[in-house]
Design a protein around this ligand. Sequence first.
Ligand code: CO
Length: 131
Amino acid sequence: MEIDHLGIAVASLATAVPAWTATTGTIASPEEEVPAQSVRVVFFPTPGGHLELLEPTRPDSAVGRFLAQRGPGLHHVAFAVPDVDAALAAVERRGGRLIDRTGRPGARGRTVGFAHPSAHAGVLVEFVEGP
Ligand code: CO
């Protein structure tokens, strides 16, 4: 599997985007709200894997709780897969721990599904359908 992106939880896109723009020299995508995950996100297009910044829209969301408990930082690693449902089923067959059994709507109009962070030292794993 190829890495599609790294997801970084931030308290404020307004603060984080200029900082990451300065560091990477790339321009972020327009902000997109993902209601299914209660986040607003931007993507920095970098070759070999994008950076996603996530700002929670609600404090009681998964990313909101992550920020409250652990502070800003690496939130998830996302792998590109041809079929999210098949990728999740394969994780389960191999004895891994899932959050989702089937895909759900994610950012950029793509289907996503998650494996549980407790299985990987607190790092959430996302599967993203498509190239
Ligand atoms: Co992501």
